[in-house]
Write a new protein. Structure first.
Lengths: 184, 460
C-alpha cells in the first residue's frame, strides 16, 4: 500500500490533440527540436511532413520488395526449367527443352506476385501489426477522434527527457486543444 | 471544334464544398453502420440472390450431366464459357487501372471511385474464374494440368501453353487486386471500429483493421508500399489481358492469329471496365445520396476515358478488317468477309453499333454531363463488349478450314442460365460489399477536404 502511494502510477506517455494537420506537423517539429525522440504522431490520413518531423524514414521496404520480386522471378523460371528440362522433358514442336521465351509470362507473373505479397506482409510486420491492444486507445478523445477528424502527438514516458509535468506543460504551450495522460 | 468550351467554363468540383474531415467520415461510414438499407438495396439483393441460386443449379446440372448440356460441339468447341470468361476478366480491369495507373499519374479524381472499382474488379474476376473452372464439366480432373504439384502420376503442366500462362496471370491478378484492396481498406476499417456502437461489430472491424492506429511511422510504410503496389500492378494489369489474348493469338485460327490482339484486348478491357464502373456508380450515388463525393466531374472523366479507349478498340476492328484484305491470305479474307456477311452478320454489325458508333455520343458535352446519357452509353458498351467476345470466339470457329466441317453454334438454356447467374453473383457480391464495407475510401477522401491543404487550391 505504501509503495503504491509513494510511487506515482506509471504512465505510457503524454498526448496532445490538434485540430489541423498543419498544427500537428508544426508541434511535432518543435517537440523534436526540444530534444524529444521517443514520440509519434497520429492522424486520420497520411499527413505530409509528419514522419520527417519525428525523424522517421524507413527505407527497408524497397529493398525487401526487390528481394521478394527476385525470389519470385527465380522461383518462376526455376520451376519451369526444372519441369521441362529436368524432371519431365517433353518435345513440343521440336523446341529446345529450355525454351526460355515461352517461360517469360509465368516468370513475370510470379515476380509480381512474390513482390506484392512481400510488400504487404513487410508493411504489416514492420508496423508491428496486428496489435490487439495499444495504450493510446485509453485516451477517450483518441479512441473517438483519431480515425475521424483530429490529430494527436504522443511523447512516450520512456524518452530520457520525459518528465510528466514538464512535458505536459511543453505540449500545452504548442497550441494543443487538449493534453492527456496515456494510461499504460 | 464540336464542343467549344465557354469562356466561363468551370469543371465540376471533385468534392462538393462545405465538407470537413468529420462530415466525410460520418457520411460514408453511415452507409455501413446505420444498419438501415434503402428498399432498392433489399430488392436488388433479393433478385440477385435468386440468380445466384440459378447459377448453382446450372453448375450442379453441368457436373451431373457434363458439357453436353451446353451448345458447344465441333467445330465450335469454345462457346459461352470462354466468351463469358474474357468478358468478365475485361470488366475486372478498370479497378486496378483506376487504383494503380491513375495513382501513378497523380489523378486526384480517382479517389472517390477507386474503392468500389477495386471491389468490382475482385467480383468480376471471381465470376470470370468460374468459367475456366467448370468449362470441362469435370473440374476435379483439371487440377493436375493447371497447377504444378507433385502428383501420383508424376506428370507436370505444359508451361509452353498460353492456357497455363492464363492460370498464372489470372490468379496473380486476383491475389494482387485483393491485397491492394485490403491494404486500402485497413485505415477505413479502423474508422469503422472506432465508430461502431455494438460490441461484436467493433470486434469484427477491429480484427480486420489489425489494430491500425494511424501512427506516422505506420503511414510512412503504408504510403511507401501503396506506391510500390501501384507500380507492380500497372505492368500486371497490362499483362493479364495480354496473356488472355495469347489464348487466341498463339493459335492458328484465322481471326485469332493476329499481332494486334494484345493491345487491342487491353484497350477493350479498360473500355469494358470503365463502362461497368459507370453502370454501377450512377445508380449507387443516387441510392446512397453520394453526389457530393462522386460528382459530375468524375462521371465526365470516366466518360472521356470510355470514349478514348473506345476509339482504340475501333482502331482494332479496322485493322482486323484491313489485315484480312491486305494479307491476301484467303482464309483471313474469308474470315472477315464471313463475319460481316455470314450467318452471324447481325452480331457483327450490332457490335459495330454498340462499340464504335454509340460511344461517339460522348463527344457531346451534354451527353457526358448527364447521368442518363452516360448510363445509356455505358449499358450499350457493356453489351457491345460481350458481343465482341462472341464474334471473336464463335465466328472464327464456326467456319473451319474445310466446308465439310462447317457448323453453327446455338447456346442452350443452360448456357444462358450460367451466364445470367454470374451477373447475379456479381451484383449480389457487390451489394454485400456496399453493405459491409465503405464503398468510398474515407481516409483518401479526407485528404480532399479543404482543411487538408489550405495553402493550395482545392483539387489536385
Amino acid at each position: 500500500m505504501d509503495s503504491a502511494k509513494t510511487l506515482p502510477p506509471a504512465i505510457y506517455g503524454v498526448m496532445a490533440e490538434f485540430e489541423t494537420p498543419h498544427a500537428l506537423v508544426k508541434a511535432a517539429e518543435q517537440t523534436y527540436a526540444a530534444g524529444y525522440r521517443r514520440m509519434d504522431t497520429f492522424s486520420p490520413f497520411p499527413v505530409e511532413g509528419a514522419w520527417e518531423a519525428i525523424g522517421h524514414h524507413d527505407r527497408r521496404l524497397s529493398f525487401l520488395v526487390l528481394v521478394g520480386g527476385l525470389v519470385g522471378m527465380m522461383t518462376g523460371y526455376g520451376l519451369q526449367f526444372w519441369v521441362h528440362a529436368i524432371t519431365y522433358p517433353t518435345n513440343i514442336a521440336g523446341k529446345p527443352l529450355n525454351s526460355w521465351p515461352q517461360f517469360i509470362p509465368v516468370t513475370f507473373e510470379l515476380t509480381i506476385l512474390f513482390a506484392a505479397i512481400t510488400a504487404v506482409v513487410s508493411m504489416i510486420a514492420l508496423n508491428g501489426l496486428p496489435m490487439p491492444y495499444h495504450p493510446v486507445f485509453n485516451v477517450k478523445r483518441f479512441a473517438e477522434h483519431a480515425s475521424r477528424d483530429r490529430f494527436f502527438l504522443l511523447v512516450e514516458a520512456v524518452d530520457p527527457k520525459f518528465d510528466k509535468q514538464q512535458t505536459t506543460d511543453f505540449l500545452k504551450g504548442l497550441d494543443a486543444v487538449e493534453v492527456n495522460e496515456v494510461e499504460p | 471544334m464540336i464542343n467549344p468550351r465557354p469562356a466561363d467554363y468551370q469543371p465540376a468540383p471533385l468534392i462538393e464544398p462545405g465538407h470537413t474531415f468529420g462530415s466525410i467520415t460520418d457520411k460514408i461510414s453511415a452507409v455501413v453502420l446505420s444498419g438501415r438499407q434503402p428498399l432498392s438495396w433489399v430488392i436488388v439483393v433479393s433478385i440477385s440472390f435468386m440468380l445466384v441460386g440459378m447459377l448453382g443449379m446450372a453448375i450442379t446440372w453441368l457436373l451431373i450431366k457434363g458439357v453436353g448440356i451446353w451448345g458447344i460441339n465441333i467445330p465450335v468447341g469454345w462457346g459461352f464459357a470462354i466468351v463469358n470468361f474474357v468478358w468478365w476478366i475485361g470488366i475486372g480491369h478498370a479497378g486496378t487501372l483506376i487504383s494503380a495507373i491513375l495513382l501513378l499519374l497523380k489523378q486526384g479524381w480517382r479517389t472517390s471511385i477507386n474503392r468500389f472499382a477495386e471491389g468490382m474488379t475482385i467480383f468480376a474476376v471471381m465470376c470470370a474464374g468460374i468459367f475456366p473452372l467448370i468449362h470441362t464439366g469435370r473440374p476435379w480432373l483439371a487440377i493436375y494440368w493447371l497447377f504444378p504439384y507433385p502428383n501420383s502420376m508424376s506428370i507436370w503442366p505444359q508451361f509452353r501453353s498460353p492456357l497455363i500462362w492464363d492460370v498464372f496471370a489470372v490468379s496473380t491478378y486476383f491475389t494482387v487486386s485483393l491485397l491492394f484492396w485490403y491494404v486500402g481498406l485497413i485505415p477505413d476499417l479502423a474508422t469503422l471500429r472506432d465508430k461502431a456502437k455494438t460490441l461484436w461489430v467493433k470486434r469484427a472491424y477491429g480484427m480486420l483493421s489489425l489494430g491500425w492506429r494511424g501512427s506516422a511511422r505506420h503511414w510512412q510504410r503504408y504510403e511507401h508500399i501503396y506506391l510500390l503496389l501501384a507500380g507492380l500492378s500497372t505492368p500486371l494489369v497490362l499483362s493479364v489481358h495480354t496473356v488472355v489474348s495469347f489464348d487466341f493469338a498463339i493459335g492458328i485460327i484465322p481471326g485469332w492469329h493476329a499481332t494486334i490482339f494484345p493491345p487491342y484486348f487491353v484497350a477493350g478491357a479498360i473500355y469494358a471496365g470503365f463502362a461497368m464502373v459507370l453502370t454501377l456508380a450512377i445508380p449507387l450515388r443516387k441510392i446512397y445520396g453520394l453526389e457530393d463525393f462522386i460528382t459530375m466531374r468524375h462521371l465526365e472523366n470516366m466518360g472521356k476515358v470510355t470514349l478514348l479507349t473506345g476509339l482504340i478498340v475501333a482502331y482494332g476492328y479496322i485493322s482486323e478488317a484491313f489485315f484480312g484484305w491486305y494479307s491476301a491470305n484467303k482464309y483471313e479474307g474469308f474470315m472477315i468477309w464471313n463475319r460481316m456477311t455470314g450467318p452471324y452478320w447481325y452480331i457483327y454489325w450490332s457490335l459495330i453499333f454498340c462499340n464504335i458508333i454509340s460511344p461517339q455520343a460522348l463527344w457531346i458535352r451534354r451527353v457526358r454531363t448527364t447521368t442518363t446519357g452516360l448510363f445509356v452509353v455505358a449499358m450499350i458498351v457493356n453489351v457491345g463488349m460481350w458481343l465482341e467476345r462472341f464474334v471473336i470466339v464463335i465466328t472464327s470457329l464456326h467456319r473451319d478450314f474445310l466446308p465439310s466441317s462447317w457448323g453453327m453454334y446455338y447456346p442452350t438454356k443452360w448456357d444462358w442460365m450460367t451466364f445470367i447467374g454470374t451477373i447475379g453473383l456479381f451484383i449480389f457480391l457487390f451489394f454485400l460489399f456496399v453493405r459491409f464495407l465503405p464503398m468510398i475510401s474515407i481516409f483518401e477522401m479526407r485528404t480532399m477536404a479543404p482543411d487538408a491543404r489550405p495553402k493550395q487550391a482545392e483539387g489536385h
